[in-house]
Write a protein that binds this ligand. Structure first.
Ligand SMILES: [Zn+2]
Ligand SMILES: [Zn+2]
Length: 248
């Protein structure tokens, strides 16, 4: 309770210190203007979630299948883009919820690009159908209380609205609190996140053959997405893909 109170005060001062202006050019009254958003280029080359080497549509190479539970991962843009990095930072750590709209546009545009190509993987064909489930990576309730919103859930909700997809944020939940992945080294991240998720009671018998697109803001090692995919497949999900703004 007290924490929440301090968070509100903190947010109040943030609003004074950082009035509404474009993260890119400083133009007033909006958080990211269209011109600046357009400078965040979509990634043209997709890569395998396990080895990070080139792979069409970000599909997991057949020889990398043992290293990841994901069937593939789509990375929309590059983390080398400073504006994208700054925007994601403002969104998550200055709690600017409104940035979910321009950030989700990046994901939507990337998906539209994939949709134009030939030989699309199954999940791209499932867009605009009710067979694909969008599942944002859940936050632990302690972190949710701190941020007041789940950054992945807001992105996934906007995507779902755009493509008329099923948005199901409550299939997975965190069963224990974990150290923020950003504070750990690569090897530690996989251990830290191991068994951190579980399928909620309501969904335990409903995942057979499910096709799921996991949504998160940023992936680094991919350990979190991998662990979610593993947990879902244990319950019968057939295909699990990841979709993120950038890979750090
Ligand atoms: Zn701007
Ligand atoms: Zn690979």
């Amino acid at each position: 309770m007290i924490k929440l109170y301090w968070r509100k005060i903190y947010k109040f001062f943030l609003d004074i210190l950082f009035p509404i202006e474009c993260v890119g050019c400083g133009q007033e009254d909006l958080w990211l203007c269209e011109q600046c958003l357009a400078t965040i280029k979509l990634k043209e080359i997709d890569s395998c979630p396990a080895c990070k080497k080139i792979s069409s549509f970000g599909k997991t190479h057949s020889w990398c299948r043992e290293q990841t539970s994901l069937d593939g991962m789509i990375v929309a843009a590059s983390f080398d883009n400073k504006l994208l990095r700054n925007t994601i930072h403002k969104y998550k750590y200055n709690f600017i919820k409104e940035l979910a709209t321009p950030l989700s546009m990046i994901l939507i545009n990337k998906i539209m690009e994939l949709d134009k190509k030939e030989d699309k993987p199954n999940w791209v064909n499932l867009l605009f159908s009710s067979d694909l489930i969008l599942l944002p990576i859940p936050l632990h309730k302690r972190r949710l209380r701190w941020r007041d919103f789940n950054q992945a859930e807001m992105l996934s909700k906007k995507l779902a609205g755009n493509f008329y997809l099923n948005h199901r944020p409550y299939i997975l939940k965190r069963k224990r609190y974990t150290t923020a992945q950003t504070e750990l080294k690569r090897e530690q991240r996989f251990d830290n996140i191991k068994n951190a998720f579980q399928v909620t009671k309501e969904w335990q018998d409903k995942l057979k053959n499910a096709k799921i697109l996991l949504v998160d803001d940023v992936a680094t090692t991919g350990a979190t997405l991998n662990e979610c995919g593993r947990t879902l497949k244990e319950r019968g999900a057939r295909e699990v893909w990841g979709l993120v703004l950038a890979r750090g």
